[in-house]
Design a protein around this ligand. Sequence first.
Ligand code: NAG
Ligand code: NAG
Ligand code: NAG
Ligand code: NAG
Ligand code: NAG
Ligand code: NAG
Ligand code: NAG
Ligand code: NAG
Ligand code: NAG
Ligand code: NAG
Length: 563
Amino acid sequence: MAHYKLSSILALVFTSTVSYASSSHYSGSVIQWGACDPSVVNDTSLSCGFLEVPLDYQDSSVGHARLAVIKANATGERQGSLFLNPGGPGGSGLGTLAANKALLLALTGGVYDVVSWDPRGVGNLTTPGEIFCFDSLAEYTSFFNGTIELTGIEETGNFTDPADVQALLTQAPTVQKKYEELGQRCLNSPNGKYLKYVGTAAAVRDMVSIANVLDGPDAPINFIGLSYGTLIGSWFVNMFPERVGRVILDGVVDPIAFATQEPALTFLGQRASTDTVYKALITGCALAGPSGCAAAAKGDGPLDVDAKFQLLLKAAHDAAKANASVPLTSGDIRVQLYGQMFTPAGWSSFLNEGYPQLVQIVNGEAPANASQALSRRFKGLVRRDPLLKRRSESNDSPSYTGAAIYCADSVDLRGTTMEDVFKGIVSTTRNVSHIFGSVWPTDFYRCSFWPARSVERYQGPFNKTLANKILIASNIFDPATPLPGAQTVAGLLGEDAVLVEQNGFGHTTIAASSACMNGVFFAYLTTGTLPANGTVCEVDADFELFSGVNTADILAHLPSADV
Ligand SMILES: *[C@@H]1O[C@H](CO)[C@@H](O)[C@H](O)[C@H]1NC(C)=O
Ligand SMILES: *[C@@H]1O[C@H](CO)[C@@H](O)[C@H](O)[C@H]1NC(C)=O
Ligand SMILES: *[C@@H]1O[C@H](CO)[C@@H](O)[C@H](O)[C@H]1NC(C)=O
Ligand SMILES: *[C@@H]1O[C@H](CO)[C@@H](O)[C@H](O)[C@H]1NC(C)=O
Ligand SMILES: *[C@@H]1O[C@H](CO)[C@@H](O)[C@H](O)[C@H]1NC(C)=O
Ligand SMILES: *[C@@H]1O[C@H](CO)[C@@H](O)[C@H](O)[C@H]1NC(C)=O
Ligand SMILES: *[C@@H]1O[C@H](CO)[C@@H](O)[C@H](O)[C@H]1NC(C)=O
Ligand SMILES: *[C@@H]1O[C@H](CO)[C@@H](O)[C@H](O)[C@H]1NC(C)=O
Ligand SMILES: *[C@@H]1O[C@H](CO)[C@@H](O)[C@H](O)[C@H]1NC(C)=O
Ligand SMILES: *[C@@H]1O[C@H](CO)[C@@H](O)[C@H](O)[C@H]1NC(C)=O
């Protein structure tokens, strides 16, 4: 959330017209606020506490979960609490709120206590905490040795070479067996007994429990959900329609698709706009020219820049075919490039600092540890780099919290095989996203083999009548949650939702700065006022993606040709 420009928000006049129910009559348990654990949150202006909740809301005999909760006190006339979930799934509410406190207080006019929590399966303060299925990184690496889990998928063009398709399909039985064994390892891990108690329905009920304690059992619940957090939002507004206060869903997951299809398949559909975002990157680079973008030569158009990326991917692909232990595979580069699609604000530094190093590494002109160093700078480059894995003191192996949440929520196992998943990847690469169809791994692909489902999943209806109108926000070109998800949710909620689109690129509207969108958020959160349905906000002209190149420039020059 770091890319907002705040001046426009702060310039708006603070108004307050709504006051919420008092909590004085509620006598449930309390949250004892105190200093935050300094190993997790250092900001002494924030308060932290814990709330015990039932592990299973339908069966109190199962015991309790303990949620780590964080709060930034309102700075103005308090209207209640505003809850935040940063997505992931598996994102830390504590870390996100701490990192964005100033922004959140500004965006909300200071009229709310901004509250978040580490959901079940997240971090080391909430119980159950982070889910690890290996004792160490070494154990993980040796378990997946020789599979695409460590190297990514090798292909070029759009799986143009049938040998690449064949090589992938040949791995299907091995990778499936590994994922099934992984599931058993997760079940047998220290947090394995909790796998059926993590998930989105539990997160919704946990948020309601926290709200009941803070604001009372009848008070409206205000919520901002980003990305996966929009699934919490969709489930919340339909599970507790009478509790809906001011709710913003930004970067929207289609809840119907999620309730009816396997994540491996819905995820492939979520690539609908990803190549367009890639086109924006190469277009911005070409417009900036060599002085603003190291991947552009004088006179290059977008397709010339694309050709360089395709050459780089091809060279990495061919090198890996010749020697399987190259430091950087084409799959690694694709994963890195995919990550870049989320945050246009980082494009210039990626293309000017990251890209030249990628070229050097692939050409064998860089020291052996160069790819690790680059990973640290541009997170996510080499999945084998232990520094990239979310860790605790005690475990340097990868976290499976994201998979645990998404898979616990997802539809029952349907006998889908890894070969089915791989075929989906090939056809998505050919039909939907040439550049990113083959990104591997993702948490979503694990769900067809995941051993647990949550004790409660909300699968609809998604068209309830809500106590208050909510705001649905989406970039027009979002690489992870394409616009149709937002349109679907808005369509289902009818008069109870307003859709506002932002005419730009990146994952969630906060990936780019827009005074217009900031104003929409601010007006809604402080006064409840919403613009007309279908309002389109432009990205700020001074939000440059490359030196001298803004979103409008790129939109005006996007190539229509396939990349
Ligand atoms: C909890 O995790 C943080 C990193 O997120 C780490 O700095 C801290 O030491 C951990 N605390 C414990 C008690 O494991
Ligand atoms: C907080 O500050 C201490 C001391 O400077 C440092 O050791 C710790 O890593 C910091 N924690 C976080 C979460 O930034
Ligand atoms: C925030 O409010 C709580 C009361 O809810 C209070 O105990 C705490 O001291 C306040 N924190 C700050 C930093 O003012
Ligand atoms: C991976 O397998 C290769 C042989 O297939 C072996 O030489 C290597 O030591 C293994 N690496 C690990 C980390 O187990
Ligand atoms: C393969 O690459 C590794 C790591 O870069 C290197 O150590 C090894 O010598 C290479 N093998 C061959 C046959 O070139
Ligand atoms: C890479 O290795 C060299 C020599 O082995 C070392 O001097 C350098 O610090 C390393 N760089 C990084 C970023 O780890
Ligand atoms: C995708 O492309 C494949 C050929 O690669 C074709 O057989 C398949 O029908 C296409 N699927 C869709 C949904 O268009
Ligand atoms: C593969 O992509 C190219 C553009 O790079 C396109 O022309 C071609 O139709 C695609 N092939 C398939 C099978 O989709
Ligand atoms: C809500 O959706 C259900 C299907 O899930 C449908 O049967 C029902 O008619 C819808 N209700 C309204 C008010 O549109
Ligand atoms: C708002 O716009 C969306 C998307 O165009 C549409 O699905 C929805 O029905 C509209 N809502 C209203 C109340 O017109």
